[in-house]
Design a protein around this ligand. Sequence first.
Ligand SMILES: Nc1nc2c(ncn2[C@@H]2O[C@H](COP(=O)(O)OP(=O)(O)OP(=O)(O)O)[C@@H](O)[C@H]2O)c(=O)[nH]1
Ligand SMILES: [Mg+2]
Length: 379
Amino acid sequence: MAQWFSWRKKELEPETPDPPVPPSQADAEFPSHAQEEGFAPSSSSLPNEPSVKQSVWRRGLSRLRHAFSTPLERLFRGRPLSEEVFSELEEALLGADVGGQTTAELIARLQERCRRERPTEASVLKTYLKEEMLAVLQKLPNPAVLQKLPNPELIGQAKPWVIMVVGVNGVGKTTTIAKLAARFCQEQKKVLLVAADTFRAAAIEQLEVWAARLGVDLLKHQSGASPAAVAFDGMKAAIARRVDVVIVDTAGRLHTKTPLMEELKKMHRVIARELPGAPHETLLVLDAATGQNALSQAQTFQRALPLTGVILAKMDGSAKGGVALSITDRLGVPIRCVGLGERAGDLQDFVAVDFVEALFAPGESADSTISLDREMPGQ
Ligand SMILES: Nc1nc2c(ncn2[C@@H]2O[C@H](COP(=O)(O)OP(=O)(O)OP(=O)(O)O)[C@@H](O)[C@H]2O)c(=O)[nH]1
Ligand SMILES: [Mg+2]
């Protein structure tokens, strides 16, 4: 670890007084995205009462918070800055699956700030860490536009708006598709689900159950059918039925000898041939509980397909959600949404400030069990 504290040794020999430590800006600098997104607390809310959305994020990240940021509070409390503190912080970041490279970069930036601003207490690292994590998560361009799913303006430009959902088996693709379809239904869009995961009959049935529950159309073939043929028929049906949004479910594994990536590329080509410009979104679903494995999966998919976004499912049960940082940092593909549960309403737009605030939120509040059911009646 770099000798970050060389200035502290000098400090022991009194020279010029320390520059004042800048006031903690973290909280003041986190704007209320809740307001932008229409989830702002009502004017009757108490000043420190979290909004429904903040509560959902806090509840969703509770596992990661308990594994990562709660122990950090203890690590920082009442300790002077030392190399030991930095190496424990490094361990905590690695333990949360932030990943080696992103962790090293974060630590280097914190050390650089300490050299510059010369704090004495380790507790200031919490503020610095929040700010540096936010900088990593916000480094992709134009997040405000990219994050919106559905984006009614974009959907209006192409009809049907086609979303292809990919990912290895079991990560949460089908559930995420149902969550997305529920959102489009709320926007009064006509949705068609295409069951192109023909690997097993149960996968088709699962999508069928969701389609019935949400009251949307489904196009399916027999299990074992060619996924590209299902995608082809799905596009034909979507155009004929004048649907607004098509969401194509895909397999995470195949029973044929064709490698998965080749089959997915073929589906992508078939969709593009039937409707130029489609698929408008190719979303990769990753399981947040798999930590750094999720990043290597993402890199494999990125080599094969023009991904437009990542959806990080199962964040609610994960102590390894720090992978969100390395996905943004290393992949260069924005995280669009996060899965915070198994129900149709348990999908949140990924807003970096909400994520960081929830990660470092003080102890659970009484209403931390509020669920999105309130926002999505009738589920
Ligand atoms: N806790 C939690 N569970 C989730 C979430 N998303 C999906 N699941 C659960 O994860 C399991 C697998 O989800 P699926 O949607 O079937 O995953 P899949 O990628 O379609 O799986 P295959 O079709 O087998 O490739 C199911 O039990 C889901 O209920 C989430 O955000 N949070
Ligand atoms: Mg599935």
